[in-house]
Design a protein around this ligand. Sequence first.
Ligand SMILES: [Zn+2]
Length: 336
Amino acid sequence: MASLLCQKTMTLTLVSTFLVALFGVLYCEAELERFEHGAKPDGSLSFLVIGDWGRRGDYNQSDVALQMGIIGEKLDIDFIISTGDNFYDKGLTGVDDPAFHESFSDVYTAPSLQKQWYIVLGNHDYRGNVEAQLSPILTEKDSRWLCLRNFILNAGPEMAEFIFVDTTPFVDKYFTDPEDQVYDWRGISPRKHYLKNVLEEVESALRESTAKWKIVVGHHTIKSASTHGNTYELNVHLLPILEAYGVDLYINGHDHCLEHISSNSSPIQFLTSGGGSKAWRGDINWWNPQEMKFYYDGQGFMSVQMTQTELDVIFYDVFGNVLHKWSTSKQLFSVM
Ligand SMILES: [Zn+2]
């Protein structure tokens, strides 16, 4: 009897040890990786945002890159953000795909663009070998390359917190109606569990953030008047979290245009920078003019300059002309 009890206790201990270990593993998996990027000596920070670009220089990709180099020099940028769809039409075939050099390293050659790139994946990247774009082998080939599914960047380090979100797995139609496309879903299965984890981690990062500015970057739109329009799944699952924790900017690509939509229901600014190469001229749907601050259906890119108290957004066309400027400010200390 005593030995039976002892056996039971041992089994329970083993089970609980196993559960603790399993929980530990799951917990570790859920944590988003964090990176830090210092501000300039004067405390300011500036960066460019480009999206939907990799076409071996074609469709004016090289012209946009040239102007990014010039503006990047002028603003003394600290880094570059890519909002995804990094390689058309089907991502990369593998880590040795020549498109990596032909569409990235050999295109963004200006001295000012030799900075860290923080990169998310787009739906076209999922049509190729996703693991290749996430591989550190690409960073060995070009040290600027940093692409992860979901991650956090503390810049300043307390000035701005950027949360990069992998939005493609949120979109139902890629699973239910893939339109003859094959998507590389390795690493996100089971999908429900993956999405739940992402949302929990985004929420926890925003809740704990003490940064002055909170910025979320994803490939898909939340609000857009262009071809793809609003992404329903992000409006349902992600937007309420961004609203609850006072996110300042949501930055995306996917619609091949430049766009700035503000919201009547929250202070979030919705910024689309998806004009890195092929643009969709003429595609615009009606939007409330009170919210639509700017829409341009050609190629171009965006810059952001910030201090602890000021934030300036500028959109540029393929010739480097300034198309739209928007500024906001915050008090250094919040009023009690
Ligand atoms: Zn896209």
